[in-house]
Design a protein around this ligand. Structure first.
Ligand code: IPD
Ligand code: CA
Ligand code: CA
Ligand code: CA
Length: 267
């Protein structure tokens, strides 16, 4: 096993156990508002602290980029750990048991290792570049769908970017004519892990942050899937506008979305 995967798994399990423990004592969860419809809790921060502690013990020189604390520059800028200590904070606050810890390692801009851990189901999704995607040690393959017929598409509403809501609704409307149904789970990291597992056939969301998708992106690609921006390019790593699925589903999604895109979403 890649030594960094080993550390990522250790950190994700430690944080996940903490989150699961706090889920049982919701009265001790303190939520505060970061922005419009955007919350953070003491558990997000505590989980982040645990993850950073585990990474720092083995790799004190690496750079860490994490949702709640931002960038902690290390001597080595080439190796970046990208962390979402709790993806699905709103679910967590609402006592909806669907959230995850996401940890990815990028070396010179290329994602090498990824872990997405769902502590409520004890499901650990992991990948090392070139070595496939595993769920609790078993190899995963994405959906075999040929197009959108019968397809279930996961998505997230742009609840922090309401300027895109009209376009988003048009995209949903267009896709809905061709696919079977949608899922909105509240955790982009798990949405991508579920694409990797073939539990959903495709995924799209506007304006994700690197910590939301860095882990899930590698899970999808290593399970034979494709992740692109809204016009089939690679700018998703800059824009955070992601389309994911097997290559045929992504092609069908992009085709359905094409006419509804605003200029801002073509980039
Ligand atoms: C959020 C979740 C959600 C997605 C949002 C993310 P957070 O992350 O992934 O599914 O729709 O865009 O910000 O804030 O719960 O870590
Ligand atoms: Ca957040
Ligand atoms: Ca997130
Ligand atoms: Ca988060």
């Amino acid at each position: 096993m890649h030594p960094m995967l080993n550390i990522a798994i250790r950190a994700a399990r430690k944080a996940g156990n903490l989150i699961a423990k706090h889920y049982e004592t919701p009265d001790a969860v303190e939520a505060s508002q970061k922005g419009d419809n955007d919350f953070v809790t003491n558990v997000d921060r505590e989980a982040e602290r645990l993850i950073i502690e585990v990474i720092r013990k083995s790799y004190p020189q690496h750079t860490i980029i994490s949702e709640e604390c931002g960038e902690l520059a290390g001597e080595d800028q080439d190796v970046q750990w990208i962390i979402d200590p709790l993806d699905g904070t709103t679910n967590f606050i609402k006592h909806l048991p669907h959230f995850a810890v996401s940890i990815a390692v990028r070396i010179k801009g290329r994602t090498e290792v990824a872990v997405v851990y769902d502590p409520m189901r004890n499901e650990l999704f992991s990948s090392t570049r070139g070595q496939g995607t595993q769920l609790n040690g078993y190899r995963l393959r994405g959906s075999a769908s040929r197009d959108l017929e019968g397809a279930i598409i996961a998505t997230g509403f742009p609840f922090k970017l309401k300027q895109h809501s009209a376009t988003y609704m048009n995209l949903v409307g267009k896709l809905f004519k061709q696919c079977a149904d949608f899922r909105r789970s509240g955790s982009a990291a798990l949405d991508l892990a579920y694409v990797a597992a073939g539990r959903v056939d495709g995924f799209f969301e506007i304006g994700l942050k690197p910590w939301d998708y860095a882990g899930g992106e590698l899970l999808v690609r290593e399970a034979g899937g494709l992740v692109t921006d809204f016009v089939g390019g690679h700018n998703h790593l800059v824009s955070g506008n992601l389309v994911a699925g097997n290559p045929r589903v992504v092609k069908a999604m992009l085709g359905a979305m094409r006419e509804e895109l605003s200029d801002a979403l073509r980039r």
